[in-house]
Structure formats: C-alpha cells, structure tokens
Design a protein around this ligand. Sequence first.
Ligand code: BG6
Length: 480
Amino acid sequence: MLMFNENFLWGGATAANQFEGAWNVGGKGPSTADVLTDGTHSSPRRITKQIEQDAYYPSHKASDFYHRYKEDIALMGEMGFKVYRMSIAWTRIFPTGIEDEPNEEGLAFYDNVFDELKKYNIEPLVTISHYEMPLYLSQKFNGWYSRKLIDFYLKYCKVIFERFKNKVKYWLPLNEVNCGAYPFGNYISLGILNDGTENAIYQVDDVQKRYQALHNQLVAGAKVVKLAREINPDFKLGCMIAYMQSYPLTCHPKDALQCQKQMGIGNFYCADVVVRGKYPFFAKRYWEENGIHIVMEPEDEIALKEGTVDFFAFSYYSSNCISHEEEKQNTTEGNIVGGITNPYLTTSEWGWQIDAEGLRYALNELYARYQIPMMVVENGLGSYDKLEEDGSIHDDYRIAYIKEHIKNMAEAIKDGVDLIGYTPWGCIDLISVSTGEMEKRYGFVYVDSDNKGNGTFNRYKKDSFYWYKKVIASNGQNID
Ligand code: BG6
C-alpha cells in the first residue's frame, strides 16, 4: 500500500531552452544555451560564442513546444498531471537582459501556456532561470560574476511576478543553483566563459571567480524570494538543488570524511544558504584552503536571511561513491559530476548509476536537515527508445526505473518525510543538457526527431505514458 497524500502533486518537468525551440521567434533574444552545439556521449558540446553557419544548435528547434504547446499540454492532461514544471526563457521577456521594457510577445506566449494548463487543472511550477540567460549578459559582464546581474535578474522577476501573479503559485528562482559549486556550472549555470574554454564539459575553471558568481546568484535568489512575497503573499517559493547522493567507498574513516566533505560542498553549501539563510559553518575553511575570497556587501547577510524558501525542491538521478585515494577517482559518470563506481548498482546507457533506494536515503537526510516540505522535481532515465512501425514504443526499462523510485518515495513518506510532489524529468522528450542529444530520451511521450533535428516532430505515446497515467489516476496505488 503506497502512501501518497490526496493532494500529492504528480506531474512532469521540462525547461525552455531544451524544449521550446523557436529560439529567435516572437522577439526572443539569443541565450547562452543557443550557442551550444550538438554533441554526443563521447564528443562534448562546443560553446561557439557566435552562431556558426555550419554548426547545429539543438536549442533552436528543440522539441518545438513553442508551436505545439496545446497538443503537449493536452497529452499532460491525458496523463492526469496535477503539476507541470516548466521554465520561462529570460530572453523571451528581455532579449538582451538590459532593456527597460519587456517583450510583450514573450509574456503573451506564457499567458497562453498558463491558460492552456488551467483548462486541464494543471498547476504550473515555474523555474525562473533554467540553465540559460541572455547571451549579451554573459558576453558583456561575464555572467553572474558581475554583481550587475542581480538587478537585471530582479527586473525580469518583477515583471513576471506581476504579470502572472494570479496564474502561477509555485516558483523556483534558479535551476540547480549548486551547479555553480562544480566547474561544469561555469558557463552552464553562471554564464562565465573563461579564456580557453571551448566546450561544455572541460571548462577552464577559476575557482575564485566561480564562487563569487555563485554568491551573487545566491543573493539574487534570496532577494527574489522577498520580492515575490511582496507581490503576492500566497506565492510558494522553492529552492532547486541538484542533489548528489554519495556514499563512502569503504568504511575507512578517511573515505567517510572525504564523502562528508564532498556532500557538504556539493549539496549543503548552497542548500543551507537558501533554506537556512546563511553559509554553513564549514564554508570558511573551504574558502581559506582554496584561496577564495568572496566580496560581500553589508546588505547580503540580511538579504540571505530574509529570502529563505518554503519548500525544498531537488533533482535526483543517480548516486556515486567517494574515496580519499587519488588513484581511485572518476570511474563513473552522473548528473553534473562523476564519482566512483558502486559495485552494487547498475548504470544507464549514459553511465549514470541507478539507485532508487538512494532517493529514499536522500529524502530522509534532507528532511532531517531542513524540516520543510520536499519535492522531487527531476528524476528519470535517459535512454534510447525505438519507435515501432505501428507508432508504439516499448520502454519497460523506463517504467522499471520510475516504478522503483516511486516505491522508495512511498517508503520515505512512511518514514515520516513530508513529500508533496514528483515531476519526472523530460516528460516529453527534449534535448539533453550534457550531450545536446535528442536521442537521450526521458519522456513518456516520444518526439520524432533525431540528434540533428531531422523528423516530423510528431508525438507518440510510449508504454510508460499509459503506465504513468494509471499511477496518477490511482494516486500511486496501481503501480505494478
Ligand atoms: C539536470 C538539469 O541537471 O539534469 C536538466 O536540470 C537536465 O536540465 C537533466 O536535462 C538531465 O541531464 P542530461 O544531461 O541528461 O540532460
């Protein structure tokens, strides 16, 4: 007997730059994601600065949600979604980020999307900036490294809060804000492009710059929470953390300590700021040992205190192990960062280890630490799918993955965790962030397009579509 509350928010998640397409339509400006080429598991995506005529940029068409939102939302409605996590493209509202007036056509697009969701009683959960920002802000100011970004971002937030204050209740200011704690976050999350960086996977890293930019982002996120409440006290604000579950590779105390340190910097450094309103106690030593000196304005401490969130949203895909021994590092991949292979787990086709029990473990750890409602806003299996001639897709591997994760969420609820929602990632196929591929598919709905954007873009329901529909209709009871 699974234990989901009657108001449990079942749904799915996407992000504008990976899903919408129409990158230069309706007054939209170019974003940092729009100069990321395609790639594969073995050849990294390039960051090209300008649009190159011969390169292929997957975000430009993505899944074409911009032109197909009615059909896509109808499919979500058919699955019985209670919530849809989506993001607004900053560049649809402010094409370069520095305009005084917003782009009305961009705002109107999201009005239409929210109105369409309402027809199906689907609650929007909106990520305000999901791995994209105006390209201009990245090129002119080196992204979040400049404190000026705080005001540009607040201006954007004010516009969308005021415009959508009666249409959207749940907001996530910044996607996976702790991505900036890893070198991958330089360009992807912070918009920093250091000299010498050519591709998205191996970026030139300047740890001082990166942690300063992350601070600016954390201050901005906190100020936005305060602003949101001033505009509508009924808004619910969440953090969004890419939660990395790590285990010590052995019971050697040095492995345990190394793992604790990794979990601290990777997860709790940012999570503590957004939930508790201040940096954790271990930050000071980390800054000292890594030559990081963060310039903080006197107002920052107050801003962080005043801007803590209402609920804890996080992504969870896989886990890894940590060892103190140098020669054992990096034997497995994962979301944003790799680690060491766990001999008890299997991996996805993209080398991410599958660990459903790790989600229960994570929920217990996070709830013990923060004691606020939890939401799993990304989870899923990136996999190849085969479209059969009759239009079916037999993705039993995806059903198996999600089923085990739902069972473990139910166990966590029985353990006492206040879990309020679940939005599996890429509910309709979309572009992968790490590889730029369409064929790394997560969806319940297949999008007929290959890695180069060839195809009809027609939608097909996978076996998992019918299965997830049953799960939602039975509120998690009918799962086998
Ligand atoms: C999360 C991001 O890190 O992981 C998503 O928020 C991303 O944007 C997802 O798509 C899955 O990663 P990938 O690399 O398979 O797309």
